[in-house]
Write a new protein. Structure first.
Lengths: 198, 980
């Protein structure tokens, strides 16, 4: 089975936010919930760089480790998903997540935030693939259709890569070798406990 | 919302998010803006609703997601890159977007706008039905009532004040077919007051570039930039304005290890990826370019052979360049000599080099001269007509190149034929209407051949005294179909125009700021709003910046009571009584003209620009076979049965009739290719020789034809003039014309068929024969460094009308006052008065404006899209930390921005950033719906107000018009900022 990962090439990201609106479009994500967003470092200064961020679908995901109701599960493709039926909106996963991925529909304290929502790697949830129930709770299931996450597929500069970890690491490695620079596979050490040597 | 990387409750020490925030050293543009929370009251509620309950069209998506869905392809409507949009449609509902992998242009990619276009069609805030303002209230009316009342009023205006008192403002968002018909509507109505957004984006490019080497368009393509060894961006921020182009720019930079130079007053998102960033003072493009040329000439880096063979006027330029040694360039532009020398060396010696520009060069009183100077720099270094080189002019709207080509313009009929009698006669032949009938529609033959009023001056054409507007009467009615009002400078003065109009018609998917400002101006009646479909609900061709035509399918039928542009135009023509004449050769069904048939009519008349070969059938075959085109060359394999050998989108010129099977021209003026493979030469458009005065008082004649340079396989191995029947006879090639072709030529000009040219011959025979001999129909001339005939034949630096450098105005003044385009241009008086009154002391900051990636143009459409609006919720102004500190302005705090005219003021947030240099402030130009601190949300028809409103940059912008085009000057003026 493939081990699905995300990789954002910061030397290509131009903060165009296509990944953000592609996600909104594909899953009809409501106002206020941002499964993906772009963060800019040194905004307006020399060395400005942007990175597209979402749930990285970590190895031994810390969200799953702290969840009191065990609502998280990892698919055969190593995508970290959760059940909104089990989620109690406690917010622990948000505190545990190094990427700030979990989102809540409401502002409030424990239990009143509503069901947690996050990037599904366009892989839906526990319901039957492509079912109405799955779509309503989690959005589209592109993986089941043999497609990859739309954010990466629509990236304007091919900065955001999604797919089998080994393949996208290879693409990135070749890219860095060819152009002679690269700022590394951002977030990989935290998420996957590895980096890409180039 | 909870999740912000700068969220104060971020609890985990050492989390990646937190460390990022710390490294970023403060807030970035977006988190700063979003920190304020959600925008309007309605959305605040939305944010607290549970997931799922706000979803639209969910029924359509039920079940296995795409089962039974069909795929339809159209073109993104948000910039000129020309990204294919792939839509999944189920039961007439657009249920999803998929990546368009097959498009050689976007290869699956989109930007924020392209990835969210589906919402435009679903939007609940779209106009639903026609409305009119009755006693200050927006009231629903039927289409029939609206068209009848509008038509009657237009006729009344016509009878009282003449046809020129109606201003027809069209759109770069129309398809070619829509824009062409809109221009034709103006012609049949009897006026040249027909304009569109090109006036305020690249009119100066079209004029300046066409006057240099023949055609006013991007010479190469986005894809071809991959071949460049040096990319110089001067006056553009494609990372935000043309994001998908960055795919080609950045990959080119990586693969070629290319120099990527950005020269700009702001350290833009594009500059963030540059190998060299050069900060300049706004409004000094010509000194920057001459400064580069000074180093080039000083070091002998110019391309001498190229200049000798293909350039006219080099000596004149040399003299001007001598005035710009490094010290003077630094004094005027602020750029150190050594840095500019480095850039000049790359540009001239690490070739091919391309110069990329957009509105940073064009939107100035010296816009035409700016782009001319850019062309001259390219000519001097031999960087034109080659892969990886060229003037890569990034146009704005998706079809602004096309709308310009099809003549939705005040200075010409379709396809740059001009307005002279010969042009009208050409089109009357194509339209098969009597020339005298067309003439009878105008007030006079003289006004029929006089350029109209630029849209930048529409409100002055309403409010100026009658004797200052050189037509029968001032403008009384404006019919605007697809154009924002807040994109036009001097909004405070436009309110007077809105108030004084007798009739305002707004035909658009959204009410736009025309509606909200008309109400603000005090109007209680005389305003109509017609709901028009987006281009995703229409079919037709669009032209990307690289001159490729792409056929878009109708994705879904027009929603609510919206109508296709073409239908609205037809209904108006019918009501006004000339539909039968205007649509004589075009099939119309249920009031909807058939787009294919409109294109066929264009094919029949567009010989001058080479739009004659792009039949609807060929364009559709290209869309169907997208995957076959090479990404780099954009060419399909020669053996393909449907599109073999074609370049993608048949980039114009695509010579001859469709049967000639010309492949299109991917790079203009490329002599390394045969003309039938897309090769070309510079176009001799300004005579074949010129009499020059010598210092001793004598004159000499200098040839304007190319010298020993010609396109590959040319039957004439030297320069040659345009082809006419007479020149074919001279060459002995006229015998190759068929009898049928000769019959048509004789019909075009029975009295003197010898004068019939390649552009007027409706048979295409002259073009066919020229091509058969490897010759370019328009001839083979020299490009002009000296563009005699323009206000500044040699580009001259002129300070902006409102400049902080009053010390430079005496040496570099703007041009004297003059009458242009039926109106007075008093720029010189305004500049002089500003200096005398010490305006620069009162308003010491330079104000510039530009793009945000999430929004487009006036922004009403994109600010209505929640997926985009959420990302940019507040109007803001960028201010340098030093300037902010002097004024006690805090990052994220409210400020009042005041302008140099009309006591203008605007309230917005401050973004304190080093992105702008000291003394420079910058605003995005997409906001509207506020005026002078007042929220105008209540002025929109109920339920159609954009989600995000804000002050318009153009509330603060000021006087200033390019003498050659009427272009406005929103890129450089003066302002003051104070904490609110």
């Amino acid at each position: 089975m493939a081990r699905m990962k995300f990789l954002c090439d910061a030397d290509r990201c131009i903060e165009c936010n296509a990944c953000v609106t592609a996600c909104k479009n594909e899953h009809e994500v409501p106002w206020g919930i941002n499964r993906r967003r772009v963060v800019t470092l040194n905004d307006g200064k020399p060395g400005e760089r942007s990175i597209s961020m979402a749930c990285m679908h970590c190895t031994d995901a810390p969200c799953a480790a702290v969840c009191p109701v065990n609502c998280f599960y990892t698919t055969a493709d190593a995508v970290v998903l959760h059940s909104k039926d089990l989620c109690i909106g406690c917010g622990y996963c948000f505190y545990a997540c190094p990427f700030g991925a979990p989102q809540y529909p409401k502002v409030g304290n424990f239990g009143s935030r509503g069901k947690m929502d996050k990037c599904t790697y366009c892989a839906g949830g526990p319901e039957a693939d492509g079912s109405k129930e799955e779509y309503e709770k989690y959005g589209a299931n592109r993986l089941a259709e043999g497609k990859l996450p739309l954010c990466a597929e629509m990236c304007s500069t091919k900065s955001l890569l999604a797919g089998d970890g080994e393949i996208i690491a290879q693409i990135y490695k070749e890219r860095v070798m060819k152009r002679g620079y690269g700022s590394g596979a951002w977030g990989w050490k935290t998420a996957y406990r590895e980096t890409i040597e180039s | 919302m909870l999740i912000k990387r700068t969220h104060q409750h971020s609890p985990r020490q050492g989390s990646v998010v937190e460390s990022l925030a710390a490294r970023a050293g403060g807030l970035d543009r977006r988190s700063f803006l979003r920190k304020s929370g959600v925008a309007g009251g309605a959305l605040a509620a939305l944010g607290t609703m549970p997931l799922g309950s706000v979803r639209k069209a969910e029924a359509a998506k039920a079940g296995p997601l795409t089962e039974g869905a069909t795929i339809r392809k159209s073109i993104c409507t948000h910039c000129s890159v020309g990204c294919t949009v792939t839509a999944e449609v189920l039961n007439g509902v657009w249920i999803g977007q998929e990546p368009s992998w097959d498009s050689p242009i976007n290869r699956g990619s989109h930007c924020a706008k392209g990835a969210s276009v589906r919402e435009l069609v679903h939007s609940e805030r779209r106009l639903r039905y026609p409305m009119k303002l009755v006693g200050g209230q927006w009231t629903r009316v039927s289409w029939d009532t609206a068209i009848n009342e509008i038509g009657d009023k237009l006729q009344a205006v016509r009878e009282k004040s003449g046809p020129d008192s109606v201003y027809w403002l069209g759109s770069a968002k129309m398809t070619n077919e829509g824009a062409y018909l809109f221009r034709k509507l103006g012609a049949f109505w009897g006026t040249n007051n027909t304009d569109h957004q090109a006036r305020i984006c690249h009119s100066t490019t079209v004029t300046g570039v066409a006057n240099t080497w023949g055609y006013g368009a991007m010479t190469n393509s986005y894809n071809d930039i991959r071949n460049a060894k040096t990319q110089v961006v001067l006056g553009g921020n494609p990372a935000e304005a043309h994001p998908v182009s960055l795919q080609h720019l950045l990959e080119g930079k990586e693969l070629q290890k290319a120099n990527f130079v950005v020269i700009d007053p702001r350290l833009t998102r594009t500059a963030a990826h540059a190998t060299e960033y050069v900060r300049m003072r706004p409004g000094t493009d010509i000194p920057v370019l001459y400064g580069m040329m000074w180093h080039i000439l000083q070091n002998g880096w110019e391309d001498k052979e190229f200049i000798r063979q293909r350039v006219y006027g080099f000596d004149d330029i040399k003299k001007e360049v001598e005035k710009w040694p490094p010290e003077e360039v630094e004094r005027v532009t602020g750029i150190p000599g050594e840095q500019l020398k480095r850039v000049a060396k790359m540009f001239a010696t690490e070739k091919p080099a391309t110069l990329i520009w957009a509105m940073g060069q064009t939107q100035k009183t010296v816009g035409t001269a700016n782009v001319r100077a850019s062309c001259i720099a390219l000519l001097m270094t031999g960087n034109v007509g080659k892969a990886g080189a060229g003037a890569n002019i990034f146009r704005g709207h998706d079809n602004v190149q096309g709308a310009t080509d099809v003549g939705l313009d005040i200075v010409t009929l379709p396809f740059y034929y001009g307005l002279a009698e010969g042009a009208w006669k050409h089109w009357s032949r194509v339209w098969e209407v009597d020339y005298d009938f067309l003439k009878s529609r105008f007030d006079s033959k003289q006004i029929m051949e006089t350029p109209g009023i630029p849209l930048t001056r529409w409100f002055e054409a309403v409010t100026l005294p009658k004797d200052q507007v050189a037509q029968k009467d001032t403008v009384k009615a404006v019919f605007v179909q697809g154009h924002a009002s807040n994109s036009i400078t001097r909004i405070p003065e436009s309110l007077n125009g809105l108030k004084a109009l007798e009739l305002l018609v707004i035909a658009d998917p959204h009410p736009t700021t025309w509606a909200s400002l008309a109400v603000e101006a005090g109007r209680k009646d005389g305003v109509y709003i017609l709901p028009v479909a987006t281009q995703f609900e229409c079919k037709g061709s669009r032209v990307a910046s690289n001159r490729s035509l792409q056929w878009g399918e109708q994705i879904v039928k027009p929603i609510f009571e919206s109508k296709d542009d073409l239908e609205v135009i037809y209904l108006m023509a019918k009501k006004l009584g000339f539909a039968d004449q205007m649509f004589k050769k075009i099939k119309v069904e249920n009031n909807l003209p058939e787009a294919e048939d409109v294109l066929r009519e264009m094919n029949r008349g567009s010989w001058s620009t080479g739009y004659c070969g792009q039949s609807p059938e060929r364009l559709k075959a290209h869309m169907k076979n997208q995957a076959k085109f090479d990404m780099l060359t954009m060419r399909a394999p020669k053996d393909d049965p449907e599109v073999g050998g074609d370049y993608y989108g048949l980039p114009w010129p695509c010579w001859g009739s469709p049967e000639v099977k010309h492949p299109g021209t991917p790079l203009l003026y490329n002599t390394n290719l045969h003309v039938m493979d897309g090769g070309g030469t510079f176009r001799p458009r300004f005579g074949i020789e010129r009499e020059e005065k010598l210092p001793d008082g004598t004159t000499r004649k200098v040839s304007l034809l190319a010298d020993g340079s010609y396109s590959l396989g040319s039957g004439i191995q030297d320069g040659y003039p345009e082809f006419t029947l007479a020149s074919l006879k001279k060459l002995g090639w006229d015998s190759e014309l068929t009898e049928a072709e000769m019959a048509v030529i004789n019909k075009v000009n029975p009295a003197n068929p010898d004068t019939v040219s390649w552009a007027l011959d409706l048979s295409g025979g002259i073009q066919r024969v020229a091509l058969a001999h490897g010759c370019v129909p328009y001839g083979n001339g020299k490009a002009r460094m000296n563009a005699f005939g323009l206000p500044d034949p040699i580009p001259v630096h002129r300070e902006p009308i409102y400049t902080p450098r009053v010390d430079l105005v005496a040496k570099y003044p703007t041009l004297p006052d003059a009458k242009q385009f039926r109106m007075p241009n008093i720029g010189f008086s305004v500049q002089k008065a500003a200096v005398e009154k010490g305006i620069a002391k009162q308003f010491p900051l330079i104000l510039s404006s530009g793009r945000l990636v999430e929004y487009e143009g006036g922004g009403e459409e994109t600010r209505t899209n929640p997926w985009l609006a959420e990302l940019q919720q507040d109007m803001f102004i960028e201010i340098n930390p030093a300037d902010a500190a002097e004024r006690g302005v805090k990052d994220g705090g409210w400020v009042w921005v005041t302008g140099a005219e009309n006591n203008s003021r605007a309230r917005m947030k401050a973004l304190v950033t080093e992105r702008v240099g000291k003394g420079v402030a910058w605003m995005p130009f997409h906001f509207g719906g506020w005026f002078a601190g007042k929220d105008l949300r209540g002025n929109y028809p109920k339920g159609t107000d954009p989600i995000v409103l804000g002050e318009s940059a153009n509330t603060i912008t000021t006087y200033g018009y390019d003498p050659a085009t009427g272009m406005q000057e929103p890129k450089v003026t003066l302002c003051q900022i104070a904490a609110a």
